[in-house]
Design a protein around this ligand. Structure first.
Ligand SMILES: NC(=O)c1ccc[n+]([C@@H]2O[C@H](COP(=O)([O-])OP(=O)(O)OC[C@H]3O[C@@H](n4cnc5c(N)ncnc54)[C@H](OP(=O)(O)O)[C@@H]3O)[C@@H](O)[C@H]2O)c1
Ligand SMILES: [Zn+2]
Length: 384
């Protein structure tokens, strides 16, 4: 609807003006993506300030969520911001949080026009940022690249509206739909390029989650180990009802450098929780489910993560955890990597209690993209 209003405005203006706006908004979106995975609990916003066709300020939300994108761009532009246009991927904030409202800073800087991709659904903003700008005489156009912005800010939207993070399920499966060999022996299902792609995906998410079965079978680190990106590792989350995770595991060993949150039931032993705390991990207690399969209550897990500020969660398995999330209807997006070599009889099925067609053949999911990665393939599905 908002988009249509903006389209009507463009119909009366030259296509050149629209192309110019699009170019700068695309740049703002690209800048905003630089912060993905590092700005939680805040959204990763991008901003560009343009005067007479020249970019005079660029900004994106800084790690930890502050400063916001707009003051970074305004500081770069300085006094030249007076009379300029600001392109921003999300409505500027209007409330006093840990920093003063960006809307006030924009007014004070003398910006003449704001082009915002989308309104912020956060009830503390929800149109009031735009209203504040308009009240100060600034022209505000909303809706350019709204679809892309909604996708980029999907974690923020999900957290604000549903009190849970956006959930991305990653699976690396063989052509015969297996994820590990007989006896849970780990095998390289896909090649090196997929490994790099998964590490990049980790960097773009706020947290990565696995079940205790994967910790026991693989002793994973779950960090981003791309060159120069060690600091981009997400929070690591383990579902561990009885606190079986070993103090010698790679996850616990690295808990002081990269956060480790162990989610457990209220019944698990206090000394084990204290030992994990002493090793630098955080123990979070959530209810368990009574219905099979036995496990931690996933809506409660997600609610707890959202409460701590997580907006985008990557679920990396294994097969029980993946099928529990799917069965609970809590998967928003699936990244399905497919290798080329069968694992064969006795291997671990990709999904414990479901066929893979619960994703690939389900009306609940639509294919969004597909690409070859060396010999392997990546198909991305999203909830329809
Ligand atoms: N190729 C891939 O993409 C990939 C990725 C990851 C793992 N893997 C493979 O997957 C295998 C492990 O899979 P898995 O199925 O044995 O274990 P898993 O799914 O990693 O973990 C399952 C365990 O998590 C705990 N859990 C707590 N709450 C749960 C809930 N609501 N739903 C499900 N589990 C919950 C339970 O242990 P507690 O009762 O102790 O809490 C449960 O037994 C390994 O062989 C690993 O190599 C493959
Ligand atoms: Zn702000």
């Amino acid at each position: 609807m908002i988009f249509r209003i903006l389209e009507d405005q463009y119909a009366q203006k030259s296509q050149e003006a629209k192309a110019t706006d699009l170019r700068f908004m695309q740049l703002a979106l690209t800048l905003g993506r630089r912060g993905q995975g590092r700005t939680w609990p805040n959204p990763a916003v991008g901003a560009v300030i343009v005067k007479d066709g020249v970019i005079i300020g660029r900004g994106w939300t800084q790690p930890g969520g502050r400063p916001h994108a707009e003051p970074v761009a305004l500081a770069q532009a300085g006094a030249a911001a007076r009379g300029a246009t600001l392109y921003v991927t999300l409505e500027p904030c209007s409330h006093f949080g840990k920093s003063p409202p960006c809307a006030d800073a924009i007014v004070a800087a003398g910006i003449a026009r704001v082009v915002a991709a989308i309104e912020d659904p956060n009830p503390e903003v929800a149109g009031q940022g735009h209203a504040r700008l308009r009240a100060a005489g600034i022209r505000v156009d909303v809706g350019l690249c709204a679809e892309q912005a909604a996708r980029d800010h999907t974690g923020h939207f999900r957290r604000v509206r549903d009190r849970r993070p956006h959930v991305v399920l990653k699976l690396a499966v063989s052509p015969d739909d297996k994820i590990a060999a007989v006896g849970h022996r780990p095998v390289a299902v896909t090649g090196e390029m997929v490994r790099s792609r998964v590490h990049l995906l980790r960097a773009q998410c706020d947290a990565v989650l696995v079940g205790m079965g994967t910790v026991l079978a693989d002793d994973p680190e779950l960090t981003c180990r791309l060159p120069g990106m060690a600091k981009r590792s997400p929070v690591r989350v383990v579902l561990d009802r009885a606190l079986r995770i070993s103090g010698n595991s790679k996850l616990v060993h690295s808990a002081r450098t990269t956060p480790l949150w162990v989610m457990t039931s209220s019944l698990s032993e206090a000394p084990a929780a204290m030992a994990l705390g002493a090793a630098g991990a955080q123990v979070l207690r959530v209810p368990t489910t009574t219905a099979p399969p036995p496990g931690l209550d996933l809506p409660a897990v997600l609610h707890s993560l959202s409460g701590k500020g997580i907006t985008k969660l990557l679920v990396e398995g294994g097969s029980k955890v993946a099928s529990s999330f799917l069965a609970a209807g809590l998967v928003d997006e699936v990244w399905l990597f497919r290798g080329v070599k069968d694992i064969g009889e006795g291997g671990v099925a990709a999904l414990d209690a479901l066929p893979l067609s619960a994703i690939t053949g389900s009306p609940d999911f639509v294919q969004r993209a597909s690409e070859a990665i060396e010999n392997d393939t990546l198909t991305i599905y999203e909830r329809s």
